[in-house]
Write a protein of this length. Structure first.
Length: 724
């Protein structure tokens, strides 16, 4: 057992503090003992908020209604804009890396994909102001799409772990994450205006990020906020030198208009646009830097242009009289496109011209949803319906029939749901829910892998899923026990059915037909604490996996020597884990915080080209991971200091496909690491804010498991914000 395992076991025991030898209830006794221990150090809640592990923020994602994270019967966290600035996160995926149960894989600087309780890609769901980012072309493994959301346009990111298919439908398996964007913020009498200018520089990233934002309001009823962000990243400095071919440029813009006809009604019209130019996938190229035995790619170039724009109109009405207490409506159009440019050496490695190809997809998604809340004789009901319709076009210079997925295709997702919140006495709350899901794919232009001819694929699926959650408030009202069982559902999408593209290192994926939906059930039990000077959240979960769609080898190879793979519903298995996070004010402005996560999981797969199923570790299984830190802040919040240690054990529980992904995962697994980050901030005057961080203080050369490049070496980050 490593030193990290020993320390982790002790930390978990300290967090649980449950006495088992007494005639009294053990949980109640543990709570009483803990509260007595803290009684002499209580501070008032007007101090600065606790770090990312706090349980006080109001959330809407967990139950589609407003309640604090302490009240919701889910493991949930939130990261606000102030934390994004202070922790120097440069992407939305990075904003999740300090949340228990999450590891953020980065194929490149512009391509980050969080693994939430063992799942990533199309098995995690991302929402922007209630609108799905996920579409029918998302892949199974790590992808780049979450990085197309500008973190500097976001007011808060909410994370709900575990299946949420009852409320959000397909893809909500490992977790559901929602970015809530900035609203106009200068409301008051008459015409008012304000805004901010923000700049961030990072030495090891060789990056510059700048944002200009303005808010204007007319009285208390009408407001507009407009923002623009420019980003420039150069070649990355890692612990062992310079990683060439990692830089890219990005331009983002957003605008939101809102109007309050009265205090209970709100109309919102919003638009956001993101464009990334030439984001390299370095590990597949000759520019890759070997790490602990990883291989270097042979491609001369593999760059990705990514563009996304979203427009929506929403209506919200609360405190209504009549059948509905709350009504919410959304109509949205979401356009996401990508183009990959690839340059390879001559065929066979001999003399001749280089091979140049280009491929891409364009997905336009029309979305609509309606949500209602009503009090009833059986509790507080939340119910509604939603539908999303994808129009997909795809191209490839090397395939006249389709690009990475089918061309001339449509995909539909629809669902109706109802959830009830039932109060049983003063301490119990029961939250049952049910949803009917429907999905349909119609792909008119698919390359038949055997004949090479154009074929069509058409199929549809439906499923009924349920969830029962509970919360029990303990006697002192600072603690509760929560948990339940939640079903998850994921329908096959166009990536499953029609992908004709490179997959992992030295693999090429071909279309698959006759697929069925994936099914999951997660059982969870947890404990939460909320007090003036401390917070705690601990959860133990087990996810049963049935009919997961996994890649299976066909026994064939391409002319480039890549193994040909397809997909099938053969993945039965499980994931279980324990995660804990907490924070405690020590007095005199000091706060200590930390978290720890252990996850294990296995699933049935075909490890070789032989038709033999084997149960293996899930891909890119999160290693034992922990964090510990301390923060000091003046009572007036004008000065702060923070130190944070991020620790990960060696990631050596590998699947066969992990072992073959030699350009990202070293032989025998990804080495463990412990890195120290220091940061400080100062507000020299009311509207001016300065920040300094030294990330990776000791210049450690390390890599997050499954990533395509190493993390920055010693990285000096400077930022300032001027409010006006």
């Amino acid at each position: 057992m490593t030193w990290l395992h020993c320390c982790s076991a002790r930390l978990l025991l300290a967090l649980l503090v449950v006495q088992t030898v007494s005639d009294a209830d053990p949980v109640e006794r543990a709570v009483e003992a803990y509260l007595a221990m803290l009684a002499d150090g209580k501070r008032q809640s007007e101090e600065t908020p606790l770090p990312v592990t706090e349980l006080d923020p109001e959330l809407v994602t967990a139950t589609r209604t407003k309640e604090t994270a302490f009240e919701t019967p889910h493991a949930a966290n939130a990261v606000d804009q102030a934390t994004i600035e202070r922790r120097s996160y440069r992407t939305v995926p990075q904003a999740l890396r300090d949340v228990p149960g999450v590891i953020v894989q980065e194929t490149s600087m512009g391509q980050g994909s969080p693994f939430i309780r063992g799942f990533t890609g199309f098995r995690t769901l991302f929402l922007i102001d209630g609108v799905r980012l996920n579409n029918s072309t998302f892949r199974a493994g790590p992808n780049q799409y979450w990085s197309t959301v500008d973190p500097y346009s976001v007011a808060r990111v909410e994370i709900v772990k575990g299946p949420s298919s009852v409320l959000y439908g397909s893809d909500a398996i490992g977790g559901t994450v929602q970015a809530l964007t900035i609203d106009p913020y200068t409301y008051g009498e008459g015409r008012r205006g304000g805004g901010k200018v923000f700049y961030r520089y990072a030495s090891a990233e060789r990056s510059h990020i700048g944002r200009v934002e303005a808010s204007g309001t007319l009285g208390e009823h009408t407001g507009l906020v407009v923002g623009a962000t420019l980003k420039q990243f150069g070649d990355l400095e890692i612990g062992s030198g310079t990683q060439r071919n990692t830089g890219y440029d990005e331009a983002d813009g957003d605008i939101k208009f809102e109007h309050y006809p009265d205090e209970n009604q709100r109309v919102v019209v919003a638009y956001q646009h993101v464009k990334q130019d030439a984001v390299p996938r370095t590990h597949r190229t000759v520019f890759a830097v070997p790490f602990a035995g990883t291989t270097v790619g042979d491609e001369l170039q593999r760059d990705l242009d990514q563009e996304r724009w979203l427009a929506y109109v929403q209506y919200h009405s609360e405190n209504m009289e009549g059948l509905f207490d709350v009504m919410r409506f959304n109509l949205s159009w979401h356009d996401q496109s990508e183009v990959r440019d690839r340059v390879r050496p001559p065929s066979g490695g001999g003399p001749g011209p280089v091979r140049v190809d280009q491929q891409g997809t364009s997905v336009g998604t029309l979305g609509a949803w309606a949500q209602f809340e009503s009090d009833s004789a059986i509790g507080r009901l939340t119910y509604g319906a939603e539908i999303y319709h994808d129009n997909v076009n795809s191209f490839s210079t090397s395939n006249p029939i389709q690009g990475p997925v089918a061309d001339d295709a449509t995909y539909d997702l629809a669902g109706v749901y109802v959830q009830d919140r039932i109060a049983i006495g003063e301490r119990w709350q029961l939250v049952p829910g049910v949803r009917f899901n429907y999905a349909a794919a119609d792909a008119k232009s698919v390359a038949d892998p055997e004949t090479g001819e154009r074929v069509g694929i058409k199929d549809d699926w439906s499923a009924l899923v349920g969830s029962v959650r509970f919360r029990y408030l303990l006697a002192n009202e600072h603690w509760n026990v929560f948990g339940g069982a939640s079903q998850g559902f994921r329908a096959p999408n166009l990536s499953d059915l029609t992908r004709f593209d490179s997959a992992r290192t030295d693999e090429f994926e071909i279309p698959a037909t006759g697929l069925d939906p994936e099914k999951y059930v997660t059982y969870e039990l947890g404990l939460k604490q909320r007090a003036d000077d401390s917070s705690l959240q601990l959860a133990v979960f087990y996810t049963d996996i049935r009919d997961q769609i996994v890649r299976v080898p066909t026994g064939e190879t391409t002319s480039d020597g890549e193994s040909v793979i397809s997909k099938a519903n053969v993945g039965d298995g499980y994931v279980w884990g324990i995660e804990a996070g907490g924070a405690h004010r020590l007095g005199r402005g000091w706060t200590a915080f930390g978290n720890i996560t252990y996850i294990e999981g296995k699933v049935d797969t075909f490890p070789t080209s032989a038709p033999v199923v084997s149960r293996e570790y899930i891909d890119r299984l999160m290693p034992l991971t922990a964090q510990a830190g301390a923060r000091w802040e003046r009572p007036d919040s004008t000065v702060y200091f923070e130190g944070l240690v991020r620790i990960a054990d060696r990631a050596d529980r590998l699947s066969t496909r992990d072992q073959s992904d030699t350009s990202r995962i070293p032989p025998g697994g990804t080495p463990g690491y412990a890195v120290l980050h220091l940061s400080a901030g100062w507000s020299p005057f009311r509207n001016g804010h300065l920040g300094l961080a030294i990330e990776n203080l000791f210049d450690k050369n390390y890599r997050v498991h499954g990533s395509g490049t190493n993390m920055p070496g010693r990285n000096i980050v400077l930022w300032f914000r001027l409010d006006f």
